[in-house]
Ligand binder design. Structure first.
Ligand SMILES: [Zn+2]
Length: 358
């Protein structure tokens, strides 16, 4: 890589603040940056940015996409990057913003040093850190690529190839209020319903690939009253989509049946927030980068995570996507730093990947 150029681009990027939902100044800047590099930019109605660059020394017409999110966590205003030896840090009062602007600068650098590459899309999403809202609302009809790499992991030898289905549950139990001492027989305790239902659930690690949790219980208003309302918030996850649906049904059934036994009402809202994906090692998007990493001196390790990323939404919308590492550490803290030798390795891995696709 051209180390000086990479450091300049990266530090220029992080100096422009872009905390979640306040990405506009940075995205405007990035549009100009893309134009200077000979690319074009398009924005979708949510505000996500898609940059496109023509093929170099290649007559391939099939696009490949690289994704990174524009937003940073707080505190992310007034970032002063410090380059010292083989690390870039903040001045200790803010995050560094390598999550994920280093991912973006790395994809750009890889494209610049690649001797040849197919047409490239760079997808810059908004609001990843507060729930991947940019990628879940992205206008996928604008995306020309069928395959993508999101550069937003930490370790550069890891390829994240899969993630879980996540279903959220919002449960509202309505019993009947009454004086707890004078007329308990007239009341129906919504807390009792919740307790009976929850005691039936298998929470925590449900099986090797699945989890279930009740995160919040709120119920009752006074000590000496039978509590009429109780709300319960929970979730379940599984790497197997069907299994997640099954666990969700079990959870719903427990509340419905226990409410019925005591004569309470229950209203349950369930929402599939993430849909599971698991790309096999033989899938082209994985095999190509694995080979690219090998050429860059990295021994690739496939991993599956129990959380969501932009890649979850890309995959759910038909863009086969793996997550690559940025080479940063201690993200989401003021101690965040970027390792330059790791950055160089992933840049080289992406360069080889681009060349192989050209
Ligand atoms: Zn990130």
């Amino acid at each position: 890589m051209n180390k000086e150029r990479f450091i300049k681009n990266f530090t220029d990027f992080v100096k422009i603040p872009s905390e979640s939902s306040n990405e506009e100044e940075f995205l405007k800047y990035f549009e100009g940056f893309v134009k200077n590099l000979g690319g074009t930019s398009e924005r979708d109605s949510y505000g996500n940015l898609i940059a496109r660059f023509p093929a170099k020394n290649s007559n391939k017409t099939e696009y490949i996409a690289f994704g990174a999110h524009a937003d940073t966590v707080k505190p992310g205003v007034g970032i002063k990057p410090i380059v010292k030896d083989d690390k870039i840090t903040s001045d200790g009062t803010t995050v560094l913003g390598s999550d994920d602007k280093a991912g973006l600068a790395e994809a750009i650098e890889a494209m610049m040093i690649a001797e040849k590459h197919p047409p490239i899309e760079i997808i810059v999403t908004k609001e990843e850190e507060i729930g991947s809202f940019g990628s879940s609302n992205l206008d996928y009809s604008l995306v020309k690529s069928k395959e993508a790499y999101v550069i937003d992991g930490e370790y550069v030898n890891e390829i994240i190839v899969g993630g879980p289905t996540l279903i959220t549950l919002d449960i509202e139990i309505t019993g009947k209020s009454a004086h707890a001492g004078m007329a308990p027989q007239e009341g129906i305790s919504s807390i009792q319903v919740a307790a009976n239902a929850i005691s039936r659930l298998k929470l925590g690690l449900y099986d090797e690939n699945s989890t279930a949790n009740i995160g919040i219980i709120k119920g009752g208003e006074i000590r000496n009253g039978i509590p009429e309302k109780t709300t319960v918030t929970g979730e379940c996850r599984s790497l197997d989509h069907e299994k997640a649906l099954k666990i969700c049904e079990e959870m719903k059934k427990a509340f419905t049946e226990e409410a019925e036994k005591l004569g309470a009402k229950v209203e349950i809202k369930d929402n599939v927030a993430l849909k599971a994906y698991n790309l096999p090692e033989t899938e082209k998007v994985i095999a190509t980068v694995k080979e690219g990493m090998k050429k860059a001196g990295l021994e690739a390790k496939m991993t599956i995570i129990k959380g969501g990323t932009d890649a979850t939404h890309f995959n759910a919308n038909g863009v086969k996507t793996a997550v690559l590492g940025v080479g940063n550490r201690k993200i989401h803290s003021v101690d965040e730093y970027l390792l330059l030798d790791s950055a160089e390795k992933i840049i080289n891995a992406m360069k080889h990947t681009m060349e192989a696709l050209a």
